[in-house]
Design a protein around this ligand. Structure first.
Ligand SMILES: NC(=O)c1ccc[n+]([C@@H]2O[C@H](COP(=O)([O-])OP(=O)(O)OC[C@H]3O[C@@H](n4cnc5c(N)ncnc54)[C@H](OP(=O)(O)O)[C@@H]3O)[C@@H](O)[C@H]2O)c1
Length: 258
């Protein structure tokens, strides 16, 4: 992939202060894009913007404070991209939450509402705002970050996974609704070594890696490289698609063949 893939594009990435979102920001900057990253904590987003500028040598980066479910903050983040850098060509709906661990029968209404709002409604809200502000008229690409969990059953994160399954479906629905001006795709990461998933991989990396066809856990760069392609003009006829990036986890034998 050349460093010119996203030259002249402006991207907005939610949850861009660490983990997968931060790496997508770094990859986009190296590919020539201008980038606005958004997250809830002022300190984290300011530090991430500064460090990304240092790491990539690009000063075309801005950080904004925004809770993805807060419409006014979302609107302000979208406006920052357009006012500061002149357009909004790419939106990455990356931020997510998982306040409930355990079976669905123990889920409370407030935790269900929070998970739905952040993981499922916010990507629709940000897509709508990006569309109104720029993309409907000038075109654009939206990338949602779901999870391979959206295709699986899990004993502990069933509701989170259900919102990711919904996000995979919503991607197809949105692609139908906002084309041909706007493309909408989704990536479904397997286990990636970030803070969010630390409790799952820490102290168990060797065992988990051995169980995968690719014999290693995922890195944030594995997701960022695919995101860069899907948001670039090279993917201009790809929309409504989900791409699983899981080191082969879904290719494992199940049931009586195991
Ligand atoms: N790591 C994995 O194994 C894995 C696997 C499959 C899918 N995913 C998905 O990948 C995405 C990123 O995960 P990650 O592992 O990179 O997470 P992470 O390392 O915990 O980073 C999460 C980012 O989102 C921000 N954030 C959290 N809640 C937010 C909210 N309500 N509004 C705005 N920003 C918010 C955080 O910053 P603040 O705290 O400052 O808000 C941070 O920048 C998520 O959609 C996740 O579901 C991850």
């Amino acid at each position: 992939m050349t460093s010119q893939d996203l030259q002249g594009k402006v991207a907005l990435i939610t949850g861009g202060s660490r983990g997968i979102g931060r790496e997508i920001a770094a990859c986009f900057l190296r590919a020539g894009a201008s980038v606005v990253i958004a997250s809830r904590k002022s300190e984290g987003i300011t530090a991430a913007a500064r460090e990304l500028a240092e790491e990539t040598g690009s000063d075309r980066i801005a950080g904004v404070v925004a809770h993805v479910a807060d419409e006014e903050q979302a609107r302000a983040a979208v406006a920052t991209a357009v006012e500061r850098f002149g357009s909004l060509d790419i939106l990455v709906n990356n931020a997510a939450t998982n306040p409930h661990m355990g079976p669905l029968t123990e889920l409370t209404e407030s935790k269900a509402a929070k998970t739905t709002q952040v993981n499922q409604y916010a990507p629709i809200l940000w897509t709508k705002l990006a569309s109104e502000a720029w993309m409907a008229e000038h075109g654009g690409a939206v990338l949602n970050i779901a999870s391979v969990g959206g295709l699986l059953v899990d004993p502990n994160i069933g509701y989170y996974n259900a919102t990711k399954a919904a996000l995979i479906h919503l991607t197809r629905q949105l692609a139908y609704e906002v084309g041909p001006e706007i493309r909408v795709n989704v990536v479904c990461p397997g286990l990636i070594k970030t803070e969010l998933a630390r409790a799952v991989w820490e102290d168990r990396e060797d065992i988990l890696s051995k169980g995968l066809p690719m014999r290693r856990l995922g890195t944030t760069d594995d997701i960022a490289q695919a995101a860069t392609f899907l948001c670039s003009d090279r993917a201009s006829w790809i929309t409504g698609q989900s791409l699983v990036i899981d080191g082969g986890a879904l290719s494992m034998p199940v049931g009586i063949n195991a």
